[in-house]
Design a protein around this ligand. Structure first.
Ligand code: THG
Length: 367
């Protein structure tokens, strides 16, 4: 393709924007109305560094939505089908969100900062407006705002060493999705054990956008001895690991059962939440399709830019939502939404990969 996206004022820039440009970012995507690095020129090398060493990535586009005030918890409970009771201050939770028809509209990570203050670290959709409207229409006493908080990810087997060198050995004890408010020589940070890979690591939520370049530099310097390189969330690793990419694998019209997030839907909750009646009905009626992994035969696939069909003969029986070549598995792997009546061992499936159809079979997620 021979076009570019203009770097204009209508799309927001991360506090790490200048630092990633200086570091040689080659490609951005747009996520939550913000430029988000997608690679630094060598996606496969970046993937290897994530598996073998450590990478850092700007995920400032995972914007925060803050719910603060006496009714914050009530609003939080209403916004997600997940039962969040028992969540304590300092703890995070994965909390998919639905619309009133039971469709998935986001899959944020919730963080409880205080009894009356929650953050939602959102995927790519406008939850700030949604939550503001629901709070106002329900007459709740809660302020819904975007705080000054921008996650910088440090992921990979050496992530603990890098982050411990910066903050101290206490970080090694932090449990998955738990966090602590701290600082790095005066740079205010919420430090969480989290991140969009299965290689382990942390996210440093910078709480002063003016200090993005400085924080980026400090993390990089601490990582040098461990071989850190700049990167971005890896499509290859996230597909191998079966992590959902809201926006790519599901956008409007996919429900959490289809998306494989049924475990996070608390249908037996006593209290009401957005989408409850619709989700109960879906549970009763069963789902039409489900998210699966696919192995696609043949040469290395590259550059999957939009969803394609899955065929059984001439019938379209699903959609491939993203496909990559996995160097670890030495196979083309994909995420797909497959019609429920197709069995896991169906031998005749073909995936459209753009220029041709190729034989494909279902594989469990994670690969
Ligand atoms: N960082 C931050 N916020 C985010 C993302 C991020 N918000 C949106 C999106 N990415 C959230 N997506 C996921 C998806 C899966 C997981 C975490 C974030 C995950 N899931 C565990 C798993 O699949 O095994 C299960 C979690 C659980 O059991 O509670 O880790 O990258 N800041």
């Amino acid at each position: 393709m021979s076009f570019q996206i203009a770097v204009g004022c209508n799309i927001r820039k991360s506090p790490y924007f200048d630092a990633t440009v200086a570091d040689g970012v080659v490609s951005f995507s747009v996520y939550n109305h913000m430029f988000a690095p997608s690679h630094f020129g060598d996606p496969e090398g970046e993937y290897r560094a994530l598996l073998d060493k450590v990478v850092m990535w700007d995920v400032s586009c995972e914007r925060q939505v803050e719910l603060a005030g006496p009714d914050a918890e009530q609003l939080m409970r209403y916004l997600t089908p997940r039962d969040i009771s028992g969540t304590v201050i300092g703890q995070g939770r994965y909390v998919p969100m639905c619309d009133y028809d039971g469709n998935l509209i986001n899959d944020p990570v919730l963080q409880k900062l205080a009894d009356d203050c929650f953050w939602l670290s959102i995927a790519d959709s406008d939850i700030l407006l949604w939550a503001q409207a629901i709070a106002a229409e329900r007459g709740l006493d809660v302020r819904v705002t975007e705080p000054d908080a921008s996650p910088l990810g440090v992921q990979g087997p050496c992530a603990d060493d890098v982050v411990a060198d910066l903050f101290g050995d206490w970080v090694r004890e932090l449990k998955y999705f738990w966090f602590r408010e701290t600082d790095l020589d005066g740079i205010p940070i919420l430090l969480a054990r989290s991140g969009w890979s299965k290689q382990g690591g942390f996210e440093l939520y910078l709480r002063d956008a003016r200090q993005g370049t400085e924080l980026y530099k400090r993390v990089k310097e601490a990582g040098v001895q461990y071989g850190i390189i700049p990167s971005a969330p890896s499509d290859i690793e996230r597909i191998e690991s079966g992590l959902l990419s809201y926006g790519a694998d599901a956008r409007y019209g996919v429900n959490p059962f289809e998306a494989g997030l049924g475990a996070f839907v608390g249908l037996d909750r006593d209290d009401d939440f957005v989408g409850k009646a619709a989700l109960q009905k879906m549970m009763k009626e069963g789902i039409r399709r489900r998210r699966v992994g696919l192995v696609i035969v043949g040469d290395k696939i590259s550059g999957f830019t939009h969803p394609h069909g899955i065929y059984l003969g001439e019938d379209v029986v699903g959609t491939v939502t993203e496909a990559v070549y996995s160097p670890r598995l030495e196979k083309n792997i994909a995420v797909a939404l497959l019609n429920s009546e197709i069995a896991d061992d169906e031998p005749g499936l073909e995936a459209d990969i753009g220029a041709e159809r190729r034989l494909a079979w279902v594989s469990k997620l994670p690969f």
